[in-house]
Write a protein that binds this ligand. Sequence first.
Ligand SMILES: [Zn+2]
Ligand SMILES: [Zn+2]
Length: 275
Amino acid sequence: MPSPSHLRIVFLGSGSAGNAVVVTDGATTLLVDCGFSAKETTRRMALAGLAAEDVAAILVTHEHSDHIRGVEVFQRRHGMAAVACTLGTRRAAGFDALFGEVRTLAIGEAERFGTLTVVPFRTSHDAAEPVGYRIESDGGQRLGLATDTGVLSVEAAEALADVDLLGLESNHDVRMLENGPYPYYLKRRIRSEQGHLSNADACDALERLASDRLRRVFALHRSTTNNSASIVKRELAARAEAIGLRVPVDVAPQDDVLDSCPPQGSLFGEEGGEL
Ligand SMILES: [Zn+2]
Ligand SMILES: [Zn+2]
């Protein structure tokens, strides 16, 4: 078990077929997006030894189906889970018709969820009021999650400037997208300022966000058509090295979980000797 206040992040899957991330400090467990069916979300959580019943709240980034597909059923089955999002997302997703209560989050304002403090920051995406989240444990460990954004705004860069763990979109390789099978309008949408960060954009964002605090980077929302995990890893690792940033880079898969502290990590992980 991670020590209290030590953040554990479990990416249940990342990409246009579905997104969901579990964030827990051992005392409070949050789900960021629920873009798989409730059943699939529960199954993937179980793979990481996590129980759906422990989710205190589902934070939603925006109303696209790859982020909200399972929210309604998951919340209904596990009534403990509150749904929380911006007013724009709440309206665009039609959450008022589905849930008795939705916690409305204001951009830039901190909200407490148990032992975790959450601050939404604006992203640049073709949705009503999309956000990323900065999540801080009472022990002072910080996570930033920025996905589904065409550009990294000044506001987002500020929110992510001093995080320990960073989940950053690295959606497409520009050349693969241009030469790939998507129709023109979709290519244009993805590349627009309200679309998705390319690998090159992610490298530039990483350079902007580099700090002495940053310990780990997770590449998110990778396209399975217009990108490859090896390219993402290679390009981000090369940029990190070029700027003297020593952080491991992992690419969150679409079809499998990625756990920042897998159970054996407490035995053999970087905290070494913690048996
Ligand atoms: Zn998405
Ligand atoms: Zn989206």
